[in-house]
Ligand binder design. Structure first.
Ligand SMILES: Nc1nc2c(ncn2[C@@H]2O[C@H](COP(=O)(O)OP(=O)(O)OP(=O)(O)O)[C@@H](O)[C@H]2O)c(=O)[nH]1
Length: 480
């Protein structure tokens, strides 16, 4: 038996929703065609009316295009790149140590009580970060501006921009600008929401004029138990771990090492006999930039020019996790290496290898003993009473003059309490500076500090010149 299936011919629909849809589409297509036809039909309406304007338009588009071009740079970063140097800078008491502590906790789930020297951590499968706190000495700023990949610029919102911020930005300008990200702290000091929003906006625009339009500014709105809010730190951390970096010319054309550990190999007996004897020192750190040749000349900022006796390759103290396919780091891979703060697994010395028993995990005992709040720490560290300290303290009015004892001060100033008025803690210092600069707005301050900076930079330069006359290139090695 044979079955035959006869297919019905397709009938085009002329009514119903589908047909309506089709009609509409056809109509739209026709309209578009007509529009194009208009250009053909009426060419004069669309012709070039002004050659000048056309030329101007053309130039403008070309300018915009070329602005987007960069000089092609050879990316020489090795397969396993050295840690990214994150410099945390800002005026005194703005919250630098607190931010580093929070970021370390965010990445490694470990607490580091003291931020001492560079701290290296594994932040992801392919990235390590070295945090360095920048104190407000101009020489440190110059040194760090050279090696920084990313700068976290802390700004006290209750205070506005301060001299240090402008100083650092100006120094960066000379060295080829690293990535700069602003972080506003002390936002909890605003009780009024309206003033808070206004201040945020004002500081954001001020930051944009200093760095570039649209530069990233983070807000840290207050503290919880002496730490910044977890969610905000997490966002900041995530931003840092996915950030892309453009190689800077100075950094890619010089070999340089940010030393995170130092070891004095000189014979202690020789030092005892002559404290100023020539010393042999080992410096440890990741090599960045280009290749470091053995026996080459190097400059140590603040010290002078030296030749390297020997450079050797050591196992990585803070290695990246193995390349396995997985989504996140596990607990054992969340490494932390801060030799100057005494944290790190293996320590390779010139003549021995040490293993830190608690591993890279900071002992919990330390956490309990050393509270993070500065006030409690300072109270615990006190050995003498305030009265005794005040009686023993001396104050010198001008640099280079002999220090005055409280008795001498008392003699001159009559009834007035001698020492209290001069022993300023950091908090009072901040208050004083706040009062001094309260009258000026940001613009005025920026101008004034920029002038100030020029003089300071010249002084620092002359000082370095005196110390080592042939290091000019290294001090102001912009674009070389
Ligand atoms: N209310 C408030 N206090 C803050 C904030 N940020 C930091 N602090 C406090 O400011 C004090 C100084 O913080 P640190 O992290 O030691 O500041 P620092 O910049 O490292 O200070 P120096 O290293 O001495 O320059 C600490 O007592 C913090 O609790 C903030 O956003 N709000």
């Amino acid at each position: 038996m044979e079955f035959r299936h006869e297919q019905k011919r397709h009938q085009q629909k002329h009514s119903g929703p589908k047909a309506e849809k089709k009609k509409k589409r056809k109509q739209r297509e026709q309209d578009a065609e007509q529009e194009q036809d208009e250009r053909k039909r009426n060419p004069r309406a669309f012709a070039v009316r002004s050659a000048v304007r056309m030329a101007r338009n053309f130039h403008r588009t070309q300018d915009l295009k070329t602005k987007k071009h960069h000089i092609p740079l050879v990316d020489r970063t090795p397969l396993e790149p050295p840690p990214i140097v994150v410099v945390v800078m800002g005026p005194p008491k703005v919250g630098k140590s607190t931010l580093i502590r929070c970021l370390i906790k965010n990445y490694t789930r470990q607490k580091l009580a003291d931020i001492c020297g560079p701290v290296t951590i594994v932040s992801g499968k392919k990235r390590r970060l070295t945090f360095i706190e920048c104190n407000n000495d101009i020489n440190t700023m110059i040194d760090l501006a050279k090696v920084a990949d990313l700068v976290l610029m802390l700004i006290d919102a209750s205070f506005g921009f301060e001299m240090e911020t402008f100083e650092f930005l100006n120094i960066c300008q000379v060295h080829g600008f690293p990535r700069v990200m602003g972080v506003l702290t002390h936002l909890d000091s605003f009780k009024n929401n309206k003033t808070l929003n206004k201040t945020k906006k004002r500081l954001k625009h001020r930051f944009w004029t200093e760095v570039y339009q649209g530069a990233k500014l983070f807000y840290l709105s207050g503290m919880v138990y002496g730490e910044y809010q977890t969610r905000e730190v997490k966002n900041l951390g995530r931003f840092i771990s996915v950030m892309k970096f453009r190689p800077l010319v100075w950094q890619t054309s010089h070999p340089y090492v940010v030393a995170d550990r130092m070891e004095d190999l000189t014979d202690p007996e020789a030092i005892r006999l002559n404290p100023k004897c020539d010393r042999t020192v080992s410096l440890y750190g990741y090599l960045r930039g280009t290749f470091l040749k053995n026996k080459c000349q190097i400059h140590i900022p603040g010290v002078g020019d030296f030749s390297v006796a020997d450079a050797s390759f050591l196992p990585d103290p803070c290695p990246l996790p193995e390349m396995l396919k997985k989504r996140a780091l596990n607990e054992r891979e969340r490494l932390l290496y801060a030799p100057m703060a005494g944290v790190g697994g293996l320590v390779y010395d010139k003549d021995a290898v040490y293993i830190d028993m608690p591993g890279s995990h900071v002992s919990h005992q330390q956490e309990e003993v050393r509270p993070t709040t500065e006030l409690v720490q300072s109270l615990m560290g006190t050995h003498t009473t305030l009265d005794a300290k005040m009686a023993a303290s001396k104050v010198s009015l001008f640099t280079g003059t002999a220090a005055l004892t409280p008795e001498e001060v008392q003699d001159n100033s009559g009834k007035q309490g001698p020492v209290e008025s001069r022993v300023w803690d950091a908090e009072t210092q901040r208050e004083r500076r706040k009062a001094i600069f309260a009258e000026e707005d940001d613009e005025g301050r920026a101008l004034r500090w920029k002038e100030d900076l020029a003089q300071k930079a010249t002084e620092a330069y002359l000082r370095q010149q005196r110390a080592a006359p042939n290091v000019r290139k290294l001090v102001y090695g912009a674009g070389e």
